[in-house]
Ligand binder design. Sequence first.
Ligand code: SAM
Length: 391
Amino acid sequence: MGAELNGLRGQLLATVREQGGAVDALVADALRNVPRHIFLPDLPPDAAYRDEAIVTKWDADGMPTSSSSQPTIMAIMLDQLGATRGQRVLEIGAGTGFNAGLLAHIVGPKGSVVSIDLDPEIVDRAEENLSAAGCDRVTVLHTDGALGHPPRAPYDRIIATVGVWDLAPAWHEQLAPDGRLVVPLDLRGVQRSVCFERVDDYWTSRSARACGFMRMRGQFAGPERNHLLDKQTHLTLSLPEARELDTAAVVEALDAPEVEIRTGVAPTQSEFFDGFGLWLAIREPRWFSLSEQDPGTRLGSAPMRAPDAVVTAGVLDEFGLATLSVGSAGELVVTGAERIAEELAEHVVAWDEAGRPGSTGLRIDAHPAGSDATGEYVIDKKCVRLVLTWP
Ligand SMILES: C[S@@+](CC[C@H](N)C(=O)[O-])C[C@H]1O[C@@H](n2cnc3c(N)ncnc32)[C@H](O)[C@@H]1O
């Protein structure tokens, strides 16, 4: 069994590396050694070593509230974090404890890891998993991640493994002056895993990578809203801000589109996810994303296929909605109500004509709220003003 598990871990690491993760040797070594199957005790070991996110808890409405994230994005974020031996790390979102176990392996016996979660049951499970895996250098605590954990500050590295809408002042206060913060940050409904470092009184990004995490709950929860449209297929519509939604009318509109418009634009999946999603989110206040459990019933030809879900984007107002799917030869096709479908098709063409910009070279500065800093795009949160610029 030991050799078999080593083989599964080796295969997972190879997959993660093919996708651009675990570039840092310490991250690769952690993935090779920390046993993910111990953190997912309800799964057969081979399923635990697939490069997939595994949901471990749902709320009463069937929305996921905890999971073990997809190993590739975990590795990419750990690469961004760049933690080294002997460092002190704070993680927000303990979940199964697996990422905390990886962090403990990375910082080694002279380092330390504090991992916090809002859900006391999750904290207990993470503690059990970490102890079963022999990771004894992690302290798991039940508290709101927005508060951090002052008694063990300063931290050399802070990482959130839950989607954050804003940057909590506690993270600023508890990070060492030359420390790094890595968070899945909301940019009007899409997320980028952003590695921030401090410059004077503001943060500047060193890298930004596409990602999609469940959202932070508690006192720092953002205004984004998920609407479950079909419990059977987990068809879920996500809006960047709380808005009334007639879910029955949305399903009806999805099932009976008025028009179909071919855009002539055929992006790769990563161009779509990393590029068009962000383009639409920052330019189109009426945008939404729509996801369904793989392989998709209504979204069977969605432009984005993650291992466990299919995802598309669309635009919605009081007069109707339009969404994107993939037609022959990978071309993006818009279906929906006529006027709004034309507007969505115009966004696709404009993004294509602009050279399909994505996160490459994207810089995000986070200034204190109230700052008059400006750039190509400005997004105001409660605690920070985000300024986005491309080269
Ligand atoms: C994607 S899971 C984290 C995955 C985890 N790092 C792992 O390796 O399994 C996100 C976690 O964030 C937690 N969470 C949500 N809001 C939080 C908050 N305000 N403070 C701390 N944890 C929070 C959830 O309970 C959930 O367990």
